[in-house]
Design a protein around this ligand. Structure first.
Ligand code: UDP
Length: 241
């Protein structure tokens, strides 16, 4: 008999996901992926067909791969097409962005042209706070706000770099360039930092290796058309279906 998971309480609802506590499963949460899409700090809203299912399956697959390669993360198991069990973490309110190719907000901070291959990956921290619009911060801002210790920041950078060095060839094998992506981390009950959240076309820029066609949320952000098709294509290349 498959195990039954009964939701008790919704403890979080974000732009793309909901989190619930579960009856009889202390320390675990149910993470539900939605079809809803938002951009520009929720000024733009819409839906992407099957995104909840696609992003749940992709996150399950990628987090399983990362765990096998020694990257501790919150994924436990997929229990439904758009639901997974995760370990409950205390989220570190820092979004870690890693960039391999210039795109997005980097074009406003530097003179790099879109598509410029960076000689070394860039790691950036953003303070996760919607009311401030998630501003970019430095290590000293994070320390001053006491949202992380020096040791935490070092761990975040090291884990982000390791994940990047694993995922670049992972996507490359599937004819995708990993342009940039965002990670979130949290601490488990023992204080150990683990990867949380999701890794999907919502949180990564993915370009076709040959044509540089954008196969990610930028199609939604900038009304490029073919949004549903792009998500379906990434699913096919990674999951084979
Ligand atoms: N990103 C994200 N959530 C955010 C901001 C950024 O997942 O709240 C991802 C985004 O999809 C891209 C990378 O982080 O893959 C870098 O985003 P960027 O700083 O260029 O900002 P954006 O152009 O998305 O505003």
């Amino acid at each position: 008999m498959p195990e039954k998971y009964t939701k008790i309480k919704k403890i979080y609802e974000g732009k793309a996901k909901k989190l619930y506590t579960l009856k009889g499963h202390r320390g675990l949460l149910l993470q539900e992926f939605k079809d809803d899409a938002t951009a520009f700090n929720a000024l733009k809203k819409g839906k992407i067909q099957n995104k909840g299912i696609i992003n749940c399956e992709l996150t399950a697959f990628i987090f399983t791969y990362l765990a096998k390669k020694g990257v501790k993360n919150h994924f436990v198991k997929q229990i439904n097409e758009n639901e997974m069990l995760i370990k409950q973490l205390k989220i570190v309110p820092i979004e870690v962005v890693i960039r391999n190719i210039a795109a997005g907000s980097l074009l406003k901070k530097t003179k790099f042209k879109e598509g410029h291959e960076l000689s070394k990956p860039i790691v950036e921290f953003y303070y996760k706070d919607d009311s401030l619009g998630d501003p970019m911060i430095s290590d000293s801002h994070a320390l001053a706000m006491k949202i992380a210790t020096e040791k935490d920041l070092k761990t975040l950078k090291q884990m982000a770099e390791k994940i990047n060095s694993l995922l670049k060839p992972f996507f490359r094998k599937r004819e995708l360039k990993l342009v940039d992506f965002k990670l979130e981390f949290g601490k488990d009950s023992t204080g150990k930092i683990m990867l949380g959240d999701e890794i999907t076309p919502d949180t990564c820029r993915l370009w076709d290796v040959k044509t540089n066609k954008k196969l990610d949320k930028d199609r939604f952000r900038f009304d490029l058309g073919g949004v549903n098709e792009a998500y379906a294509e990434v699913r096919k290349r990674i999951l084979g279906k």
